[in-house]
Design a protein around this ligand. Sequence first.
Ligand code: ADP
Ligand code: ADP
Length: 227
Amino acid sequence: MIEMRNVDKWYGSFQALKDVSLTVLPGEKIVLCGPSGSGKSTLIRCINHLETIQKGEIVVAGHRLSDSQKVVDAVRREVGMVFQQFNLFPHKTVLENCILAPMRVRKLSRADAEATARRYLERVRIGNQAEKYPAQLSGGQQQRVAIARALCMEPKAMLFDEPTSALDPEMVKEVLDTMVSLARDGMTMICVTHEMGFARQVADRVIFMSDGEIIEENDPERFFSNP
Ligand code: ADP
Ligand code: ADP
């Protein structure tokens, strides 16, 4: 589903990814962890071309990433992304936030896009908030809207970049529960998170990064039994 081969990423003269290779099979759940600044966010941002790489190659759902806008659009359709900050449009309702991309990119009619959005808002248990504005919702609810919005594109994989780090502690669980539920449904996922309970519950592999490199890769049981 996602393949990175010998990827180097430089920000100017700083090398953020060093010869990173990673293969993610359909349905696999990967948790990426490691210290702040180790390149986790950079790694997943490269997968949907929010960052460009200098060496190596990335193939997503059969599309070999390049600067071609057509390829980038195709990859971003296949791969949904959820950020630490929810990035919802503040002046649009929850429903409007969810129908924009499906109408523009998937060319759905408004009625079909709305039906899709309502289905995924129900899926993240927030169907009754569709007419509200983001600011009227809690952080946890906003993040679930962001997840629903990504799902409305019917992606083959989802990337999560510290999705619970900006939330008050009491809201972390509702977002993790949504992610667990997605995982159980068979979604291919790469999650940057410090939530080791989540990792233990859903990860097929836990990947540890340090200083731009993947330094350890293990199944969660081994990873957590390794002091
Ligand atoms: P992590 O997600 O593990 O915290 P990041 O991928 O955000 O790490 O960052 C890896 C390194 O790359 C850090 O040292 C960070 O300062 C640097 N970095 C990230 N984005 C940029 C950028 N746009 N320009 C320059 N350096 C960056
Ligand atoms: P994260 O929470 O993923 O570590 P950061 O706070 O490091 O994120 O980065 C936030 C934004 O700033 C990102 O878009 C990242 O690419 C950019 N950034 C991070 N470090 C640098 C840097 N040293 N120079 C320029 N941009 C940076």
